[in-house]
Design a protein around this ligand. Structure first.
Ligand SMILES: C[S@@+](CC[C@H](N)C(=O)[O-])C[C@H]1O[C@@H](n2cnc3c(N)ncnc32)[C@H](O)[C@@H]1O
Length: 392
């Protein structure tokens, strides 16, 4: 597709190019001039500065705060060679994960230099997802290249390659396309020796939460023999499986999604006698929990609950409610895990909120860093925060 020319304002040029060529990958709508009103969702743009020099190429988005995703900086077009180099870099950076797992995010969008494209490997299934209408073809092509031309310790001969186009805001979304093989309804991978399954048909995110690998590892290696665990917002129960591997004997998993918990029961349970599944709204269920229900480990991992900055105060109020309700159910010496998966809540604000709500009775023992396959290439990519708080 031939890119359309768009002249950036001085401010937008400075943002896109940055110092030392390390510009920000997003140009926000408030930085656009009225000339941008002719563009349609998904248009590719050749970005020029005030002196008519090409400073980059980008994808236009018709709605939302992000108006242009800068794909490649400088005058060169993002061509096949450029894409192959970006992909090879992403694969090489993940090599260390090969010894631990075959469930890996191979491409993390902007942070790997390929905006709006995420590619996950689940065993021998590859799933490429686009987050912007204009990046659908880029995601498909990335999947093709990863499936054929780019190699490394974390790639394989993929039996199935699936491409998921972006959700359209202004038109109906395209269906997922299987580019190679037959896409399984359930994909499988192994992580730190534990077998996991992914609901490819109706799963959240790209099917599962690969970014919680570090937390699963922390739980699986914690001294939980005979422990009672409360896994709130459990989704498909992978943290519950990790707790079972660590020896926990009473694992209560709560989620509002009946389908997610049915999947958990089917795929992430070894000894059914150790698990209780509760389909409920945690915000109602937790305050009504009997006072004598005490756990060694309570995991609080709510959904993002925010797509706009103005929602942040209400979300923080929701978090406070959750921690206030969860804290009395942690035994002295036990642990409360507080996770937050939105970049709209800054790291310091999140930890301060947890600290102030839990009070002196809890101390932050450790904070889990982002996973190797979820690099943080710019401030808004720093979305996941996980604190391990011990009750004194
Ligand atoms: C961030 S995900 C949790 C991921 C999970 N910890 C894991 O290990 O895969 C958030 C989960 O919260 C669930 N959820 C959203 N709102 C809820 C609510 N009010 N009550 C219970 N579950 C909720 C969603 O269905 C989703 O599974």
């Amino acid at each position: 597709m031939k890119p359309r020319r768009y002249q950036l304002s001085k401010d937008a040029t400075a943002i896109a190019t940055g110092r030392g060529g390390r510009g920000h990958p997003w140009i926000f709508r408030e930085q656009l001039s009225s000339a941008a009103s002719v563009f349609r969702d998904g248009d590719w743009l050749r970005l020029v500065d005030g002196a008519n020099q090409v400073v980059g190429h980008g994808i236009f988005e018709a709605e939302g705060a992000i108006a242009i995703r800068v794909v490649r900086r400088g005058p060169e077009r993002p061509d096949a060679r450029w894409l192959a180099a970006q992909l090879q870099g992403a694969i090489d950076r993940r090599a260390l994960l090969a010894a631990r797992t075959d469930g890996i995010r191979l491409v993390q969008g902007e942070s790997d230099g390929i905006p709006a494209v995420v590619v996950d490997r689940f065993g021998d299934t590859l799933v490429a997802t686009s987050y912007s209408a204009g990046a659908d073809a880029l995601a498909r092509y990335a999947a093709h290249v990863l499936g054929t031309a780019v190699t490394g310790a974390v790639t394989t001969q993929f039996a199935a390659v699936v491409s998921r186009p972006a959700r359209r805001r202004v038109a109906s979304s395209q269906p997922a396309r299987t580019l190679r093989g037959t896409a399984p309804a359930v994909a499988r991978f192994t992580e730190d020796g534990l077998p996991f399954a992914v609901d490819l048909d109706a799963g959240q995110k790209t099917g599962t939460y690969l970014d919680l690998r570090g937390l699963r590892h922390a739980v699986a290696t914690a001294p939980l023999a005979g422990a009672r665990v409360l896994n709130l917002f459990a989704y498909s129960g992978m943290l519950g499986r990790a707790a079972e591997a660590a020896g926990a004997t009473a694992i209560t998993q709560v989620d509002v999604s009946e389908r997610a918990l049915a999947f958990a029961r089917e795929h992430h349970v070894v000894d059914p006698a150790r698990h209780t599944f509760v389909v409920a709204d945690v915000f109602d269920w937790l305050p009504a929990l009997a006072a004598d229900a005490i756990f060694d480990l309570v995991i609080v991992d709510p959904p993002a609950m925010t797509s706009r900055k103005e929602q942040v105060p209400a979300v923080l109020a929701g978090y406070r409610k959750l921690y206030r309700a969860a804290a009395p159910h942690v035994r002295p010496g036990g642990v409360l895990v507080a996770a937050c998966c939105t970049s709209r809540i800054e790291r310091a604000v999140f930890h301060r909120t947890v600290r102030e709500t839990l009070g002196d009775g809890f101390g932050l023992e450790r904070e889990l860093p982002p996973e190797l396959d979820h690099p943080v290439g710019f401030p808004q990519a720093d979305y996941l925060k996980i604190g391990w708080w011990r009750r004194r």
